[in-house]
Design a protein around this ligand. Structure first.
Ligand code: NAD
Length: 522
């Protein structure tokens, strides 16, 4: 069978205009410190995936609405740039305090629109909060350098100046954390922001913008416009937008990277992934099986750092598969608001696409060890029958030429590929077009050390399946997982959102040298 791909947006065409069920609330834009009611005439559906029902609509901006958001950000920029470091820092601290106190509200929003279980929503917010906390310490990270007397009476120093208006375009799978990878740092560094969140789960971005306003952020510093390709292109082509930070699938990341660069913008575009976990024969197999379950099925596999391929170095595969299978039988699937392990997928179309890979795997010769199709949830306890369910799925002996291996499936489908040696495992991983995350499971420190040097992947775990760096390191992969040279957050985040100015100064000195047309050589 071929894979129908209704969710992969074609970068050359805009999405359809969707009929709006008039009884549902519409998630609106946030421009210049206030709700901005859209007049574009276009909306998209927002579902509760556990109910399988549309619960809201979201406004889809037209070019004029993007212009209004950018204009607000342009107008707010000079005063924000010039606001003292101390005052900016106080606003960031207030935002941090409010977010920490009220993160439960945000977790409820995330679960109701994305479907992930509440503990996972809370975890996403905590990781975003870490970046807010990093941003509160920004005075240390936007310091310049100073050299006195580079020539007689001449000093040179540098400043890290903000860029102006920056655009952020984020994916559905982390509606709070991914925006928080970027906007706290951009804003701390003195920029103003227009965020275009995923139209699939848009409410978190609005909640964050309102909270930041409550913390004292001046109007226009942080704006949110909802939308699809029309809004994205509005940002990519706008002459007043100086930089673009994007996270999403690889085809769109490529499009963003080339279009933003062609329009003269600084751009970082983080793309998709296919993350491998290499299990050596000496590994602790219980630890490896737990890790495969957590990293394969957490958030229903809709994480860019999810493990989607277990590379088992023989003779370990049979024992490992049996441990993984036993653990899978104990996983509970249901409405994320209840106490279960795994929620639904984000939309029906995405669920159907993910499920279609299971059929493809079988026809390409893989063994379907556990089939998540037709998973039953109990309507009274675990979730509505119409929710976008797909149970955890395990595939063995997956062919590395099958689309099941090559594509990013982005769902609860874990593939096992058996290899004969460590070297074969490393060669397989390095051959992938993606290079986001990877992990090795072993008790051999020498092998782990060799792996960290030999593997061509941006984030490496050693007995850690999801090696998402803490806020003061930076997040980003290699190859088709990151276009551009700057990773997200950490020092790299401050570098991306600032440009260095070098100042050469001389204060009046009676011994100045008079006219000299030669090139200054100090
Ligand atoms: P997506 O690429 O479909 O959408 C991302 C953003 O781009 C959204 O805001 C969307 O509205 C916009 N967009 C979609 N189609 C567009 C088009 N044709 N033109 C312009 N803009 C368009 O991604 P998604 O499905 O929301 O998110 C899942 C993907 O994101 C996965 O591939 C996942 O690996 C990736 N991801 C990567 C990272 C990372 O750090 N590398 C992190 C999270 C998610």
């Amino acid at each position: 069978p071929t894979i129908a791909d209704p969710t992969l947006a074609d970068p050359t065409t805009a999405g359809p205009t969707l009929a709006e069920p008039t009884s549902l609330p519409i998630v609106q834009h946030w421009i210049n410190g206030a709700t901005a009611v859209s007049s574009s005439g276009r909306v998209g559906p927002v579902f509760n995936p556990a109910l399988g029902e549309q619960t809201k609509s979201v406004a889809l901006a037209d070019a004029a609405e993007v212009d209004a958001a950018v204009a607000a950000a342009v107008a707010a920029f000079p005063a924000w740039r010039d606001m003292s470091i101390t005052k900016r820092q106080q606003i960031l601290f207030s935002f941090r305090e409010l977010l920490n106190a009220r993160k439960g509200e945000l977790a409820d929003i995330l679960t109701s629109e994305h479907g992930k279980v509440l503990t996972d929503s809370a975890g996403e917010i905590t990781r975003g909060l870490e970046v807010v906390e990093l941003a509160t310490g920004f005075p240390h990270l936007v310091k310049g350098e100073y050299s006195s007397n580079v020539s007689t009476g001449v000093d040179v120093y540098s400043t890290k100046a903000p860029l102006g208006v920056v655009g952020i375009i984020s994916p559905f799978n982390f509606p709070a954390m991914v925006p928080m990878w970027f906007f706290p740092i951009a804003i701390a560094a003195g920029n103003t922001v227009v965020l275009k969140p995923s139209e699939k789960d848009p409410s978190a971005a609005i909640w964050l913008a309102e909270l930041f306003a409550e913390a004292g952020l001046p109007a226009g510093v942080f704006n949110v416009v909802h939308g699809d390709k029309v809004a994205v292109d509005g940002l990519l082509e706008h002459p007043d937008v100086k930089a673009i930070s994007f996270v999403g699938s690889t085809p769109i990341a490529q499009y963003i990277y080339s279009t933003a660069a062609a329009n003269g913008k600084r751009v970082q575009a983080l793309g998709g992934a296919k993350n491998h976990m290499l299990v050596l024969p000496d590994a602790d197999l219980d630890l490896a099986a737990d890790a495969a379950i957590n990293a394969g099925f957490g958030s229903a596999g809709e994480r860019c750092m999810a493990i989607s391929v277990v590379v088992a170095v023989e003779p370990v595969a049979d024992a490992l598969i049996s441990k993984i299978t036993e653990r899978m039988s104990r996983l509970t699937i249901g409405d994320g608001r209840r106490n279960c392990d795994m929620g639904p997928l984000v939309t029906e179309a995405h669920r159907d696409k993910v499920a279609s890979y299971i059929e493809l795997a079988a026809s390409d010769g893989a063994t379907v060890v556990v089939d998540g199709r037709g998973v039953q949830v109990d309507g009274a306890v675990d979730g509505a029958a119409g929710g976008f369910w797909l149970g955890p799925t395990l595939l063995d002996k997956v062919s590395v030429t099958s689309k099941v291996y090559l594509d990013e499936i982005f769902g609860p489908v874990l593939s096992v590929v058996r290899v004969a040696s460590y070297e074969d495992g490393v060669a397989l991983i390095n051959n992938s077009r993606y290079g986001n995350g990877t992990a090795i499971f072993t008790n051999d420190g020498g092998a782990a050390r060799r792996f960290q040097d030999e593997i061509e992947v941006g984030m490496v775990g050693i007995n850690v399946p999801i090696p998402v760096p803490v806020a003061y390191y930076s997040f980003g992969g290699f190859k088709d997982s990151l276009f551009g040279s700057n990773k997200a957050y950490g020092i790299a985040g401050f570098d991306f959102y600032t440009r260095e100015k070098a100042v050469t100064s001389r204060w009046l000195d009676p011994s100045h040298g008079g006219i000299n047309l030669g090139f200054p050589q100090n």
